[in-house]
Design a protein around this ligand. Structure first.
Ligand code: TEU
Length: 530
C-alpha cells in the first residue's frame, strides 16, 4: 500500500478496473452487482490493487452499459442500493483500497430529466447543444451526430450516439451541476474519478468532432479547484499527444493526475481503422513508448494499460491464446507494468482472459451492433464480419469474469447477460489459484516487485531499439539498474545482450537459457554488488 500521506502516492498505486455488469452477480439476475464486488475485495487486494475504478453504476437505461447516465446521484437498482455502495466503500477502505468512480462528463442519457426538461424548452434547455440544421457529421458509434427532435423542433448533438446527447459545457450551470455530482460521491467516500472522454467537453463544432475546443484546460482547472487537490483524477483522452499530456498532468499542476493515452493502438490497426488489424509493429510500438517515457520524465504522468472495457483482450491481440497462453499473458504484463506510470489492470486480464467468438446476434455493444448492421447492409460476408468482431469488438472485454470452471464460470446462478467464454473451463480464478505457475500468481509477483521505487521514479532507457522481436529497457535509480527483456515472438530469439550478467528477479520460465524462449520475460538486476 503506498503511503497516502505522500502527495504523489498515486504514482506508486496499482488500479484495478471493474466492469460491474460482468464482474460478479449475487442475485441470479445474470448481471453483476455491487455486493458481488464487495464479496471479492480480498481477491482484488491480494492481487496488489490500491484503487478500484468502477465503470458507471449510476441509474441508466444501459444503451451503452451505463455510459448513458440517467441520474448522476443514484445507483442503478440492477447494481444495488446506496447502502450497498457505502458498504463497498467501507469494506474497500478496511482493506486500504479506495474507490474511483467513472464520471461521464460529455453527455447524459436521453432519458435524463435534464434532457427531458430541455426537450420541452424548460430551464435545462441550454444544458444541451441545439441546431436548426444537420451538417451531416457522424457520431463515434456510427449514427448521425445530429438527431432531429420533433418535440423540441430542433436537432440535438450527440458525439457518441443519439441516446447520449452532449452536455453544453459552455454553460456554467452545466459545469456546476457536474461538479456538484462529483462532490456528492466524494462525500460518500470515493478517492477520485476516471473522467470519460475528456477532450470532447470543449468542442469546435465548426471543424467536426475531432477538433478540440479552446476551453478544455480552463474547464479542467475549474473542476480541480471545485474538488480540491487530493482528489485523484484520471482522464481518458483517446487522441492525446505528448504535448496535451504535459498540460494535463504537469507536476503540482491544476488539472489531472494522469491520463490514459491510446497511441499504443496505432501499431496493429490498419490506417487507424479499429476493425482491420495487422501484425504488431513492435519497433514502432517501442519507439512510441520510449517517446512517452522520455517525454514525461519529471514533467507529467500516465497510466499503463494493456486493455479495458473498450478494447480487445491483450492475449488475443499481441499474445497467443493457445500453446503460449501463460507465457504471452505474463510477458505482456511484464513489458507494460515495469514502465513508468500507474498500472491499470482490467478485470480478468490477470487470468489471461481472451477474446470471444459469439453468434452475430449475441453481440450487445452499441458500436458492434451498428457495425454488424452497416456491414450486412453493404453485403459483407458474415465470416468476415465475425472475424472483425473477434479481433476488435468491445464485447470481447465484457464477457463475464471467470471465477470457477463450473456453470456460468461461477459468475451467476442465472442466465449471464453476455455468453461466458468457453475457455472458462481452464481460464478461471479457482484453477489459477491452485496453480503456482498461473498467470494470476505471476501478476501478484510482478505487482509486488513493482513496489520498488526504481519502477515508480526511475529513469527509462530503451535498448536494442531496432530488434524486431525483443522489447528491452533499463530502469535505473541511484545505483540500482534493472533490465527488462521481453520476447514478443512465439519462437526462440537471441537476447540482444548475449549471456546475461545479472541476477534474475522475476521471469516466466523455469531454468536458464541462452536464447529468449517463446514469449519469455526476464527482469534482471544489473546493480553491482557492494
Ligand atoms: O470512450 C471514449 C471514446 O473516445 C471512444 O472512442 C472509445 O474509444 C470507443 O470505445 C471506440 O471503440 C468512453 C467509454 O470508455 C466508452 O465505453 C463509452 O462508450 C464512451 O466513452 C461514451 O461514453
Amino acid at each position: 500500500m503506498p503511503d497516502r500521506t505522500r502527495p504523489d502516492w498515486w504514482k506508486s498505486a496499482v488500479i484495478y478496473q471493474i466492469y460491474p455488469k460482468s464482474f460478479a452477480d449475487t442475485t441470479g439476475s445474470g448481471q453483476g452487482d455491487l455486493a458481488g464486488i464487495t464479496a471479492h475485495l480480498d481477491y482484488i487486494r491480494d492481487l496488489g490493487a490500491d484503487l478500484i475504478w468502477l465503470s458507471p453504476v449510476y441509474l441508466s437505461p444501459q444503451k451503452d452499459n451505463g455510459y448513458d447516465v440517467a441520474d448522476f446521484r443514484t445507483i442503478d437498482p440492477r447494481y444495488g442500493t446506496m447502502e450497498d455502495f457505502r458498504r463497498l466503500v467501507r469494506s474497500a477502505g478496511d482493506r486500504s483500497m479506495g474507490i474511483v468512480m467513472d464520471m461521464v462528463l460529455n453527455h447524459t442519457s436521453s432519458v435524463h430529466p435534464w434532457f427531458q426538461d430541455a426537450l420541452t424548452g424548460g430551464e435545462h434547455r441550454d444544458f444541451y447543444i441545439w441546431s436548426d440544421t444537420d451538417d451531416g457529421s457522424v457520431s463515434v458509434f456510427g449514427d448521425p451526430a445530429w438527431t432531429w427532435s420533433p418535440e423540441a423542433g430542433r436537432y440535438y448533438y450527440g458525439s457518441f450516439s443519439p441516446h447520449q446527447p452532449d452536455l453544453n459545457w459552455q454553460n456554467r450551470r452545466v459545469r456546476q451541476a457536474v461538479f456538484a455530482a462529483m462532490r456528492f460521491w466524494l462525500e460518500a467516500g470515493v478517492a477520485g474519478f476516471r473522467l470519460d472522454a475528456v477532450p470532447y467537453i470543449s468542442k469546435d463544432l465548426a471543424c467536426g468532432r475531432r477538433c478540440q475546443g479552446p476551453d478544455l484546460h480552463a474547464y479542467l482547472r475549474e473542476m480541480r479547484s471545485a474538488l480540491g487537490p487530493e482528489v485523484v483524477l484520471l482522464g481518458e483522452d483517446t487522441e492525446a499527444d505528448l504535448e496535451d499530456a504535459l498540460i494535463y498532468t504537469e507536476p503540482g499542476g491544476s488539472e489531472l493526475n494522469m491520463i490514459f493515452e491510446f497511441g499504443i493502438e496505432d501499431y496493429d490497426r490498419r490506417g487507424g481503422d479499429k476493425w482491420h488489424t495487422k501484425p504488431l509493429d513492435l519497433p514502432g510500438l517501442k519507439a512510441h513508448l520510449a517517446r512517452w517515457q522520455e517525454g514525461l520524465e519529471g514533467r507529467g504522468w500516465m497510466t499503463l494499460f494493456l486493455t479495458n472495457h473498450d478494447m480487445p483482450r491483450i492475449v488475443s491481440r499481441w499474445g497467443n491464446e493457445g500453446r503460449w497462453h501463460t507465457q504471452s499473458a505474463t510477458m505482456l504484463a511484464t513489458a507494460a507494468y515495469l514502465l513508468r506510470g500507474t498500472p491499470v489492470i482490467y478485470q480478468g486480464e490477470e487470468l489471461g482472459m481472451t477474446n470471444t467468438k459469439m453468434p452475430l446476434g449475441a453481440y450487445d455493444d452499441l458500436e458492434s451492433v451498428n457495425y454488424i448492421r452497416a456491414q450486412k447492409k453493404a453485403g459483407a460476408d458474415p465470416d468476415q464480419i465475425a472475424a472483425a468482431l473477434y479481433g476488435s469488438s468491445r464485447d470481447n472485454a465484457r464477457t463475464p469474469m471467470q471465477w470457477t470452471p463450473g456453470p456460468a464460470a461461477g459468475f451467476t446462478t442465472g442466465q449471464p447477460w453476455l455468453p461466458v467464454n468457453k475457455n472458462a473451463e481452464w481460464i478461471n480464478v479457482q484453477s489459477e489459484e491452485e496453480d503456482p505457475a498461473s498467470v494470476l500468481h505471476y501478476y501478484r509477483r510482478l505487482l509486488t516487485l513493482r513496489r520498488r521505487p526504481v519502477f515508480t521514479d526511475g529513469h527509462f532507457e530503451l535498448e536494442a531499439a531496432e530488434d524486431p522481436h525483443v522489447f528491452a529497457y533499463v530502469r535505473s535509480l541511484g545505483s540500482e539498474r534493472i533490465r527488462i527483456e521481453c520476447n514478443f515472438s512465439g519462437s526462440p530469439k537471441p537476447s540482444p545482450f548475449g549471456e546475461d550478467q545479472g541476477r534474475l528477479l522475476l521471469g516466466n520460465y523455469e531454468g536458464s537459457s541462452d536464447l529468449l524462449r517463446p514469449y519469455e520475460a526476464r527482469v534482471i538486476s544489473l546493480t553491482q554488488a557492494g
